[in-house]
Design a protein around this ligand. Structure first.
Ligand code: F6R
Length: 280
C-alpha cells in the first residue's frame, strides 16, 4: 500500500485531484468509482477548479458511486446523489447518461438494483479508479465491520454509529438504516484504489487499515490485498502510523516516471506550450 502524508485536508484533496486528473488526461473515457463524505469535498472542489480553468474535462468519464441510502429520493438533502451534484456534477460538464448510483426506492427492489449495478460496471469495462473514504470503525463504502471480504454490491444495515453520523441531514426518526453499497470484492476489482483520510478522528482506523492485520473487523484492511492502493492522509490522520518515516522516505525516493503517472508534473503538463519557433 502506498501511503502519502500531506499537511492537511486541503492538501489531501489537492493531491487526490492531481491523481484523478492525471488518469483522466491519459484516459478521457476513464471509469471512476466515486465516494461521498466530508473528506472528499476538497478533492471535488479541486477537480471542479481544474475543469473551470480548462485544465481538465470530465465530459467523457463514466462514474459509479459507491453507495446510496435506500428509499431516499435524489433531491433529499441526505441523498448521496444530491451531494454529488452539489459538490461536482453541477459544477463541471458530465454526461448524465454515464453517471450511476445504486439507488433503490425500496428494499424490495434492492436485489435487482444490485445485479444491474454490477452488470453496468462490467459493461463499462470495470472501474479504472475507485475513490474511498474511511469510517472511524474502518468501513469503506458502507461495508461495516464483519462485512464479507468477498462481498459484491448488496443491501447493508448501518451500525448505530454510522446512522448517527448521517443524522444531521435527516429529520428526527428519519435516518434510513438500509443502504446499497458496492461490496469489498467490487471495490478490490477496481484497477486502482485511492483512499483519502483526514483529521484525528480517523487516526486509529488508518493505522488499523495500513498496519493492522487483514480482518473483516476493519473492512478497509482489505486494501492490503490490492496491488495498487494509494492512501492519502493528513498529519492528524497519520498520527498513529508506526512507519510514517518510512512512508515519507519512499515518497521522497519515488522515480520520475511514477511521479509523472500521478500528475506530479501537472503544472508543466497543463501550461500552454511555448510556440514552436523552429530551429535556432
Ligand atoms: C461515502 C462512503 C463512506 C465515507 C466514510 C467517511 O460514500 O462510502 O464510506 O467515505 O464514511 O466519511 P467522511 O468523509 O464524511 O468522514
Amino acid at each position: 500500500m502506498e501511503v502519502l502524508i500531506v499537511p492537511d485536508a486541503a492538501a489531501a484533496g489537492e493531491r487526490g485531484a492531481r491523481i484523478v486528473a492525471a488518469l483522466v488526461r491519459a484516459t478521457p473515457t476513464a471509469v471512476l468509482g466515486l465516494a461521498t463524505g466530508e473528506t472528499q469535498r476538497p478533492m471535488y472542489a479541486a477537480l471542479a477548479r481544474r475543469c473551470r480553468t480548462r485544465q481538465l474535462r470530465l465530459a467523457e468519464v463514466t462514474t459509479f458511486n459507491l453507495d446510496e441510502f435506500v428509499g431516499v429520493p435524489a433531491d433529499h438533502r441526505g441523498s448521496f446523489r444530491r451531494a454529488m451534484h452539489e459538490q461536482l456534477f453541477d459544477l463541471v460538464e458530465v454526461d448524465a447518461a454515464r453517471v450511476h448510483f445504486p439507488a433503490a426506492a425500496s428494499v424490495d427492489e434492492v436485489p435487482m438494483i444490485c445485479d444491474r449495478y454490477e452488470a453496468a460496471i462490467a459493461t463499462a469495462g470495470g472501474l479504472d479508479l475507485q475513490l474511498l473514504g474511511i469510517g472511524e470503525d474502518g468501513h469503506i463504502g458502507f461495508n461495516e465491520p464483519t462485512s464479507s471480504l468477498a462481498s459484491r454490491t448488496r443491501l447493508k444495515t448501518l451500525t448505530e454509529r454510522t446512522v448517527d453520523g448521517a443524522r444531521a441531514a435527516f429529520a428526527p426518526g428519519e435516518p434510513p438504516r438500509h443502504v446499497v453499497t458496492m461490496g469489498i470484492a467490487t471495490i478490490l476489482s477496481a484497477r486502482r484504489c485511492l483512499l483519502l483520510a483526514t483529521g484525528a478522528r480517523k487516526a486509529r482506523a488508518v493505522a488499523a487499515m495500513v498496519e493492522g492485520p487483514l480482518t473483516s473487523m476493519v473492512p478497509a484492511s482489505a486494501l492490503q490485498l490490492h496491488a495498487r492502493a494509494t492512501v492519502i492522509v493528513d498529519e492528524a490522520a497519520a498520527a498513529q502510523l508506526t512507519l510514517a518515516a518510512y512512508y515519507r522516505d519512499v515518497e521522497r525516493g519515488k522515480p520520475a516516471w511514477q511521479r509523472r503517472a500521478d500528475g506530479d508534473d501537472e503544472d508543466a503538463a497543463t501550461s500552454p506550450r511555448e510556440p514552436d519557433r523552429g530551429n535556432p
